[in-house]
Design a binder for this molecule. Structure first.
Ligand SMILES: [Zn+2]
Length: 231
């Protein structure tokens, strides 16, 4: 288990991670979020399978034409529907005693839930609502503020094809200067290099992952719950 500070140091120790294009929340952070939220709930074997399905959403084919996997392009309704679809699939798979399919579906669900905080302005909106005098720390973030979760001010980053040019490190500063501020490139909180709001997105994702587990299992018979967590 690693603290977010040690993870940040570890990730940024490698120069390529400082300059590489980050189209997605970095894998080490998705992995750490899963451990912090679910280690005490699932067996190591189950968590490994669920985490693998979570990370697979960021494969190249999972990024083209699949805004709903990542809460991109302000597709909030579509992404929320996808999340519920994966929850229903988790439950129907458990009813059918198809454990691998249940873990896959729950992994996909957790990925979308975590990306919501990395790709939208939820954290910026939440911070803006806190009193100016408040001494805030990331662990205090509320991941499901009812006034914000469906707020008309909620936005998530748009993908512009020219953002792909930031793959070429020497071009990145120039390309960024031409990217609109509503782009994924400017809005994302995928890694610590994105600034002081990143730890809030990380903490919110940990809390939301726990909430999604509770939502998924709240009406689940005990025998199926035992099956699901593999303990
Ligand atoms: Zn993603």
């Amino acid at each position: 288990m690693h603290s977010i500070a040690s993870l940040t140091r570890r990730v940024l120790r490698y120069p390529q991670d400082c300059f590489a294009y980050n189209p997605t929340m970095l894998r080490p952070f998705h992995i750490e979020i899963m451990h912090l939220a679910l280690d005490h709930i699932f067996s190591p074997h189950a968590l490994e399978k669920i985490t693998k399905a979570n990370l697979r959403q960021d494969r190249l084919l999972g990024q083209i034409g699949h805004d709903e996997y990542h809460f991109d392009n302000s597709t909030f309704d579509k992404s929320s529907a996808y999340l519920e679809e994966q929850r229903a699939l988790t439950l129907s798979s458990l009813q059918a005693k198809d454990l691998p399919s249940a873990w896959l579906a729950f992994g996909r669900l957790t990925h979308a839930a975590q990306d919501f905080y990395a790709h939208s302005n939820y954290i910026a909106l939440w911070l803006a609502r806190q009193p100016a005098s408040a001494a805030l720390i990331p662990s205090e973030v509320q991941p499901m503020d009812p006034d914000l979760i469906d707020s008309p001010a909620l936005r998530s980053g748009k993908f512009y094809w020219r953002e792909l040019l930031t793959f070429i490190p020497p071009l990145k500063p120039l390309v960024m200067s031409f990217l609109p501020r509503d782009s994924h490139g400017w809005m994302n909180l995928d890694s610590p290099e994105r600034g002081p709001n990143f730890p809030y997105a990380f903490e919110a994702a940990v809390k939301r992952t726990k909430i999604e587990f509770e939502r998924t299992t709240k009406d689940l018979p005990e025998d199926l719950c035992v099956l699901f967590v593999d303990k």
